[in-house]
Design a protein around this ligand. Structure first.
Ligand code: GLC
Length: 456
């Protein structure tokens, strides 16, 4: 699990090839990294205004937000939000149940905001791979992470949500844009830093988007300007290209998952599996008598008993070892001090591998951006969000350091998205809404927008 820089460079090159396959007309259909066009062409320039709703589904929480964008210099964006439960039976149920639930929560939110009589524009952050031909249409390619809802794959989620809202009949909503959480993050950060041209999520799942030259996107008409591409890098390796790097623990995680054989890079790197990877390693070590004097308890053998937040707690520099003892004691393994030190070390190896893998794929994107621009040195900003990146005590530092080592001819600013990806979805909606007044939504896909700042 510990990669040399040579291996990381190799992963970076493999990933770059995947990016190119995903963009090519002939290679796209068989490509594992899907490189989905988002129909978002530029970042907000600050001239947007209005009152919007944003839905955020697919991350660790289901959130609904009201986002007010004004011309106020001090506080241009005001947000109010509520988190709603998405119970297990809904994320593993039917599409009708899921969208009825979303529509019900939206109704509740509007009621609480006393805006049920208004028809506000809605931006939808839907954090799954979707094929888009315009902003307000998004056909789900496949479920990922913890979701497995029947009857939605291959369907347009905007239509499904509209249907659920209509069926209720107690309010109206105008869903104007669907964005992936990576795009939402890039837009959120782009509001504060116009140089932002990459968005990354390292949370339950992991993924990235970036601004690609339109002339390189075979699937979209036109050659002028750029478009945001949702890479869906979680699927990297699904064609076997990471087999030499996957371990027995990665294979076991995959076998027991909702989607075996799929999202293999995500299963090695994202937060959803970090704790479980550690647990599987501890089980093996205990079985070999290397930990806990060989004591194996039913708790230690139970899937999910070590969570990602535990890995973060164990790696804290000051109280990490105490936390480690607490967590292991709860598993009934009666750890010694040496056991705690060893377990802390295992956590470091697993989470460091994740940061390294993501540094390598991000390195692939950055070198591509650099080549696209034809510059000797890349100066750019990467917007980032996700629980793993935010909560783990060492993760961000390790990631930044490795990226800078792998792409030395660059000055990369990492910008944490403080207000989440939904703000970005509202920004996309703000522009879509304004343009819908003037002309059709597809205008967003033309290069001639004056009120939007096109990335340099
Ligand atoms: C999964 C989804 C992707 C999303 C990511 C982070 O990889 O497929 O669309 O961006 O998780 O939430």
């Amino acid at each position: 699990m510990r990669f040399s820089d040579e291996t990381l460079h190799d992963i970076k090159c493999r990933f770059r090839r995947e990016l190119e396959n995903g963009l090519g007309r002939d290679t796209n259909t068989t490509a594992t990294v899907k490189m989905l066009p988002t129909f978002v062409r530029s970042i907000p320039d600050g001239s947007e205004k209005g009152d919007f709703l944003a839905l955020d589904l697919g991350g660790s929480n289901f959130r609904i937000l009201r986002v007010k964008v004004t011309q106020d210099k001090k506080q241009p964006v005001q947000m109010e939000s509520l988190v709603y439960e998405t119970p297990e039976d809904i994320i593993h149920g039917s599409g009708t149940q899921l969208f009825d639930h979303v529509a019900e929560c939206l109704g509740d939110f509007m009621e609480k905001q006393k805006i049920k009589d208004k028809k506000l524009p809605v931006g939808f952050t839907f954090s799954f791979p979707c094929a888009q031909t315009k902003l307000d249409e998004a056909v789900l390619v496949t479920w990922t992470k913890k979701f497995k809802v029947s009857g939605v794959e291959g369907m347009d989620v905007v239509k499904l949500l509209n249907k659920a809202i209509k069926k209720r009949g107690d309010y109206e909503a105008d869903i104007m844009a669907v964005v992936n959480d990576t795009t939402g993050t890039m837009m959120t950060c782009g509001f504060d830093d116009q140089r932002c041209e990459v968005g990354i999520i390292i949370g339950t799942g992991t993924n990235a988007c970036y601004m690609e030259e339109l002339r390189h996107i075979d699937l979209v008409e036109g050659d002028e300007g750029r478009m945001c591409i949702n890479t869906e890098w979680g699927a990297f390796g699904d064609d076997g290209s990471l087999e030499d790097l996957r371990t027995e623990f990665d294979r076991e995680i995959d076998r027991g998952s909702l989607n075996p054989g799929k999202q293999l890079f995500e299963k090695m790197a994202s937060g959803m599996f970090m704790g479980e990877l550690v647990r599987l390693i501890l089980v093996k070590m205990a079985k070999e008598g290397l930990l806990f004097e060989g004591r194996i308890t039913p708790e230690l053998l139970t899937k999910g008993k070590i969570e990602t937040k535990h890995v973060s707690a164990i790696e804290k520099s000051k109280e990490g070892l105490t936390k480690c003892k607490e967590i292991l004691t709860r598993l009934g393994v009666e750890p010694s001090q040496e056991d705690c030190v060893a377990v802390q070390h295992v956590c470091t190896i697993v989470s460091f591998r994740s940061a390294n893998l993501i540094a390598a794929t991000l390195g692939g994107i950055l070198t591509r951006l650099k080549d696209n621009k034809g510059v000797a040195r890349l100066r750019t900003t990467v917007g980032i969000d996700g629980s793993m990146y935010k909560m783990h005590p060492q993760y961000a530092r390790r990631l930044h350091k490795t990226v800078r080592r792998l792409v030395p001819d660059s000055d990369v600013r990492f910008l944490l998205s403080e207000s989440g990806s939904a703000k970005g979805a509202a920004m996309v909606t703000a522009v879509a809404y304004r343009l819908a007044d003037q002309t059709s939504l597809t205008t967003l896909c033309t290069a001639s927008l004056t009120s939007w700042t096109t990335w340099a």
